[in-house]
Ligand binder design. Structure first.
Ligand code: VG1
Ligand code: CO
Length: 544
């Protein structure tokens, strides 16, 4: 087996976004495109000789092909050991767990998360560092810079490895180990949650669960943990087989895309608890019987009740949420007297806070929640924590949520997405808002005064790195907010996200329709940003 060096030329569009590099499969499968990006990652890593690299993906189209290429390149680039999930499968949280447990230098996750898959769909590459978390901005900037000057990449001239069988083989001077994708992760979950108690709950005929894996990566994890380990009846997990095109669906766990689960949970004989996760298994949607827990509310409930699970029995150190996430969790932190942090969108910003143990629980409005057990958001973890809380409380999900609102008040919350709009129009909309910030502050809207309008900027309290232009915030006296930002994960045109939040302390007013409550804010946002005129859209594509 020999290492060969192949001449290449830079692509100018390999800038990682909110969560790695995402492109259409047709772009990723162009000659040298994947190889250039992988070599750029390796070139940006110091001291990789002899180190361990974890490689896996969400099973989408092009996953296996890409893994064969990456394994041969990692060997040629001096990695001593490569750990690969069987059949190329590793969820994002499991990859984070495996990097940490096996002392790897890092890991490569092949996923475009909740974006559709298949030959016409999307593909993506994320690099995670030794703490198990997404590469911080300084590193992704270096990777991007390298991709602009790359002239060659190294790859081993070798046969493909057998991904179907677990076990070890040598590839050149590198040991390649194909592992069971679920085992390490399941073991970690068992240390965090009361498995015997969960087994009693899930084994009871009067408590039923439906978990929709959306034909994505979490199928094998959910089958193993919920059905095999905890004894939930077969059929508890639906759409449990990962498919290269996710069965033609959009593996995004929200009320729009997880239609099958939503129908099941709205039926007369609905189960007690429903959940779905996304393409790479890091997101979660939580449903009760005919009841939807918003991700922001779910985060607040998990923070307030985590101590009921064995892994968090000593209490939590602090919490963090991404800036657009509702302030519900802030009220919990203030009540508990623990610190809270507000970070830019993207899980990478939680890494330093978790490493330094300033926080234990964190989350995003985009169906992401997690804790210090790994350095990624974790869909199945959220499900198990909810179930552990429900087992201890002995109450329905809706009742737990309503009690929470009675104690803390309710943060009505919604996000409106305008997907696939013209990029130039989207940028000019944001620039226009940015330019008008000074005029916006001090204005009155209805009964509420705007107390502040700014472009969110974050200084990491650990390494003091500064991230600017993270979204326009308009903040009202009573705590209401409107946030505007452009997505950093799309692959077509631009996606405008507008986030709305309004606080309601009075329990007598906790039964209202969310869009109705927020309607004045929604109208105001449309006017202030000229959304219709600038995007040409009458209404959002997706409302969550
Ligand atoms: C979106 C979400 C963000 C999340 C990111 C990655 O980013 O808003 O909260 O961290 O996706 O999630 P953006 O830039 O499109 O708003 V995942 O599960 O797609 O890796
Ligand atoms: Co995801």
């Amino acid at each position: 087996m020999t290492t060969i060096t192949i001449a290449t030329a830079p692509f100018d569009d390999q800038k990682p976004g909110t969560s790695g590099l995402r492109k259409k499969v047709s772009e990723f499968s162009r000659s040298h495109y994947l190889e250039n990006f992988i070599q750029s990652i390796f070139d940006a890593l110091e001291g990789r000789q002899g180190e361990t690299l974890v490689v896996g993906g969400d099973g989408r189209f092009y996953n296996r092909r890409a893994i064969q290429t990456i394994v041969k390149m990692a060997s040629a680039n001096g990695f001593g050991r490569i750990i690969v999930g069987r059949d190329g499968i590793l969820s994002t949280p499991a990859t984070s767990c495996i990097i940490r447990k096996h002392g790897a230098l890092g890991g490569i996750i092949l996923s475009a998360s909740h974006n559709p898959g298949g030959p016409e769909g999307d593909f993506g590459v994320k690099y995670n560092i030794a703490n198990g978390g997404p590469a911080p901005e300084q590193l992704t900037d270096q990777i991007y810079a390298r991709s602009r000057t790359i002239e060659a990449y190294s790859i081993l001239d070798a046969n493909d490895i057998d991904l179907a069988m677990t076990g070890r083989t040598m590839l050149g001077g590198t040991e390649v180990e194909v592992i069971d994708p679920v085992a390490d992760y399941a073991e970690l979950m068992e240390t965090l949650f009361d498995f015997p108690r969960l087994a009693v709950l899930l084994g009871e005929e009067k408590f039923r669960v439906c978990f929709d894996a959306m034909h994505a990566v979490n199928g094998p994890y959910a089958h193993h943990i919920l059905e095999d380990r905890l004894g939930a009846p077969k059929g508890t997990v639906i759409n449990g087989e990962p498919l290269p095109d996710f069965g033609g669906a959009h593996p995004d766990p929200n009320l729009t895309h997880a239609k099958e689960l939503v129908a099941i949970m709205n039926a007369d004989d609905a189960p007690d608890f429903g959940a779905a996760s996304d393409g790479d298994g890091d997101r979660n949607m939580i449903l009760g019987r005919r009841f939807f827990a918003t991700p922001s509310d779910s985060l607040a409930v998990l923070a307030a009740n985590a101590h009921l699970a064995p892994g968090y029995v000593a209490g939590i150190a602090g919490v963090a949420r991404s800036m657009p996430t509702s302030q519900a969790v802030d009220r919990v932190a203030d009540d508990m007297g623990i610190p809270r942090f507000e970070t830019p969108t993207g899980w990478k910003f939680f890494g330093n806070l978790l490493d330094s143990e300033k926080i234990s629980i964190c989350g995003e409005e985009s169906f992401g929640t997690g804790s210090g057990h790994v350095r990624e958001k974790d869909g199945l973890w959220a499900v198990l924590l909810w179930l552990n809380i429900m087992a201890e409380r002995g109450k329905s999900l809706e009742e737990i949520m309503r009690r929470h609102w009675r104690k803390y008040g309710r943060n009505y919350y919604s996000r409106h997405d305008y997907e696939g709009i013209d990029l130039a129009a989207a940028q000019s909309l944001m620039n226009h808002l940015r330019g008008g910030l000074d005029d916006i502050a001090g204005r009155t809207f209805g009964n509420e005064r705007i107390v502040r309008a700014d472009d969110f900027q974050y200084t990491d309290p650990i390494d003091n790195s500064v991230s600017t232009a993270q979204g326009i915030r308009i903040m009202f006296e009573g705590g209401s907010r409107i946030v505007f930002r452009l997505s950093g994960t799309g692959t077509e045109g631009a996606t405008l996200r507008v986030y709305f939040e309004q606080y309601e302390p009075d329990p007598a007013r906790h039964n209202q329709d969310t869009q109705q409550v927020l309607s004045d804010l929604i109208t105001f946002a449309g006017e202030i940003a000229n959304i219709k005129e600038r995007t040409g859209r009458e209404a959002p594509t997706v409302i969550t």
